[in-house]
Design a binder for this molecule. Structure first.
Ligand code: QVM
Ligand code: CO
Length: 467
């Protein structure tokens, strides 16, 4: 079968407001919240093209579940990056892999002046009651969850600084705090790990860990008592970034001889508990982590190297029958008495965009991972999977020419089992040239309902369900 992902990486201009979606099947009566997904949806400005999937302009998609109906809206995130690009008719801010068309000095100036893009296209979260769109540069963009209108850049009420952060903050339900970090690179670099207490917009430093060679990391893990950063040997060369005026991604250097070093921080004291050496690998996504009799278990979607970064250039993704690097699911074991971390495979299958029953199992011993896999073993995500890590058993949902997005698990109220609830995924049908929202029963992984969306949604990255 021919694989053509072009439609998933094509601009969607159409914006709709509160459309009731035609529905087949039935959605459970208890489902009465909102799924908000984020993703790149515009890949050129005037004559200029963005180069990479992570560069496209952010669009928010909202699916509201009410009285058995699904109501859909979508809107571009109208931050500084979007507005200035539209006004100028050209790209204004540097993105992950795209530099605005300027003179050599102009480009150097753009990087050195640290005028960060606020094209927050990667994920969404709720902090202090505000809805924020996120990318890896520091600006968070607040939006109205009902209308999807952009409110503006959100400023934390503190002075913690850095240039690169993650779009995967954690929430510790026991301590009622958000945990994340921001990397500051300069002559002396550090990971500034912080907490935000419930009801606050102030980041409080848990610790600032000095680092000689800061790693590019997209996510991290927490357990009951610890924070774990997997420092892959993909090093940010900030001197080169400062001096060359090249896009960010071109200043990441793969240095496998360093291996991967797990950094473990004690949550409450902020003390560094240790550094644990593993082989070189790269990951975007941690799945989960937990503690078993004092040892740490870290589940992660591991690529053999960082080639996935360049595989996601749009030019490559739009080629016929693309081949993408495949990751494996590893379970690393950290024992505080050994300086090394070892792993075993949790599955023989490829899985990306992992999601779990986060509310009840994050940081705890768990079984079930939902994610995307590749039906043709080519690295192209075209299958939804549910993996039982203890039985190594998988259930899947697949259909020709249909490309699901990251599955979001929503637990049923008063559920007794880890996998009691539904799984929500936006599926792009490249033959019908339209997307639909798929609702699967998480237990059986069978379709419960689908809702027709009035246009094709380009591949989204992450989304969250809000009660
Ligand atoms: C300057 C810069 C940028 O899985 C999704 C990952 C997405 C990652 C993204 C979108 C990362 C974007 C990073 C645009 C970096 C910008 C930094 C951090 C430092 C400045 O000195 C230079 C503006 C290029
Ligand atoms: Co991610």
């Amino acid at each position: 079968m021919e694989i053509d992902l072009t439609l998933g990486f094509s601009t969607l201009e159409n914006e709709v407001d509160n459309q009731v979606l035609p529905l087949t099947g039935q959605i459970p009566h208890w489902l009465s919240g909102t799924l908000i997904r984020n993703g790149a949806a515009k890949f050129e400005v005037g004559e200029e093209q963005y180069q990479h999937w992570f560069d496209g302009l952010a669009m928010l998609h909202r699916f509201s579940f009410q009285r058995g109906e699904i109501v859909y809206s979508n809107k571009f995130l109208r931050g500084k990056t979007f507005n200035r690009a539209m006004a100028a008719g050209r790209i204004v801010y540097p993105e992950f892999a795209t530099m605005p068309n300027r003179s050599r000095l102009g480009k150097i100036y753009l990087n050195a002046s640290q005028q960060f893009t606020d094209n927050a296209s990667v994920n969404v979260t709720k902090t202090d009651g505000r809805f924020l769109a996120m990318t890896e540069t520091p600006p968070r963009v607040e939006f109205d969850p009902t209308t999807l209108r952009t409110i503006g850049q959100f400023n934390y009420h503190d002075k913690i600084s850095g240039q690169l952060t993650t779009v995967h903050p954690h929430y510790d339900y026991q301590r009622q705090e958000e945990i994340n970090y921001i990397t500051r690179f300069s002559i002396s670099s550090s990971y500034n790990i912080y907490r935000i207490k419930k009801g606050s917009a102030q980041r409080q430093l848990i610790t600032s860990v000095p680092v000689k060679y800061a790693s590019y990391m997209h996510s991290f893990a927490i357990t009951e008592n610890h924070i774990i950063l997997a420092q892959f040997p993909l090093i940010i060369n900030h001197y080169k970034l400062l001096l060359t005026g090249t896009p960010f991604v071109q200043n990441l250097q793969w240095q496998p001889e360093r291996g991967t070093i797990f950094l473990v921080v004690h949550k409450d004291s902020g003390r560094v508990k240790g550094y644990f050496q593993a082989e070189a690998f790269f990951a975007f996504h941690h799945i989960n982590a937990f503690e078993v009799s004092g040892d740490l278990v870290v589940d992660i979607v591991a690529y053999p190297d960082a080639s996935i970064m360049t595989a996601l250039y749009l030019e490559k993704l739009r080629m016929k029958n693309p081949q993408l690097p495949r990751a494996e699911i590893r379970r690393y074991y950290i024992n505080f008495t050994s300086p090394y971390a070892d792993y075993r495979l949790l599955s023989q299958d490829f899985l990306e965009f992992p999601r779990i029953n986060y509310r009840h199992y994050n940081g705890k011993e768990y079984c079930i991972v939902y994610g995307l896999s590749d039906h043709y073993a080519n690295g192209v995500n075209n299958k939804l999977v549910k993996l039982d890590t203890q039985k190594s058993k998988t259930l899947s949902w697949y259909s020709d020419h249909q490309y699901p997005s990251e599955p979001v698990f929503v637990p049923a109220p008063e559920a007794e089992r880890e996998d009691e609830g539904v799984v929500l995924s936006v599926v792009l049908d490249t033959q019908a040239k339209c997307s639909f929202l798929l609702v699967l029963d998480a237990l059986s992984f069978k379709e419960m309902a689908r809702a027709q969306i009035p246009h094709p949604i380009p591949f989204t990255s992450h989304g969250q369900y809000f009660e």
